[in-house]
Design a protein around this ligand. Structure first.
Ligand SMILES: [Mn+2]
Length: 239
């Protein structure tokens, strides 16, 4: 079996940050010179104001990196997060990366796996769920994308300030266990893979008398973080 990698929450900054360096290191050590599949499960970019604004934000080198990966016969998938929900077909055409719906079902060996960013599993955070509904609405997105790049930049920095200033207890920021159980049942899956919470871990469940697992991908604030699946099994690596 060809290796399959999953990452999320890299939060790449336009002007560069430690995460940029960790990502380069990850690509060089794990992906370079091999034919692999990479799933990016949201919040790859810390913010995104539309595909036409990537250059102005200084994100072009990141797009070139993805283009080089897909040119080398790697398959790269991208799912939106709550930061980069405006990534669109222009990005996909520029990079060769395939856009994925949330949720997405895949099979890994014998296992039925569901992929999600994970923010809608945090159903106790009512405020965020309202924000999510609004920002995923195609009409709202269309009206935002019709604004000038400068107007969208101002909007993005305002939104970032707002989310940075509101304090919420940590249990509200984690997934709701009823939402998890319902997700296992609704999709009849063995494994749920998601990011968003920045709490990398493998959780075991028993739902409807079947063992199930929830694998949470980590953030990249302190180092490389990924899930690798190959003939040896599942390996969650977080530095
Ligand atoms: Mn997120």
């Amino acid at each position: 079996m060809q290796a399959v990698f999953f990452i999320s929450d890299v939060h790449l900054q336009p002007r560069g940050s430690d995460a940029n360096e960790y990502l380069d290191e990850f690509i060089a050590s794990q992906l370079h010179g091999k034919s692999v599949t990479l799933y990016i499960l949201g919040d790859y970019f810390d913010f995104w104001i539309g595909d036409d604004g990537a250059d102005k934000l200084g994100y072009s080198p990141h797009l070139e990196t993805l283009r080089r990966l897909t040119n080398k016969l790697n398959t790269v998938y991208f799912m939106h997060g709550n930061r980069d929900f405006l990534v669109g077909t222009g990005f996909s055409e520029a990079t060769g990366v395939k856009l994925l719906d949330d949720p997405a079902m895949i099979e890994l060996g014998e296992k039925r796996c569901l992929l999600k960013h994970g923010d809608d599993l945090c159903s106790d955070d009512i405020e965020h769920q309202k924000f999510r509904l609004l920002t995923r609405d195609p009409q709202w997105q269309k009206s935002v994308l019709s604004k000038s790049i400068d107007e969208r930049l101002a909007m993005a920095s305002q939104m970032r300030q707002m989310s940075g200033s509101s304090y919420k207890p940590s249990e509200i920021m984690d997934v709701n266990q009823d939402s998890i159980k319902q997700t296992f049942i609704d999709h009849d899956i063995d494994i749920l893979i998601h990011g968003h919470t920045h709490r990398p871990a493998v959780h075991d469940y028993c739902v409807n008398k079947k063992p199930r697992q929830r694998i949470v991908l980590g953030d990249w604030d302190q180092g490389i973080s990924y899930l690798k699946v190959d003939k040896n099994g599942f390996d969650l690596v977080h530095h």
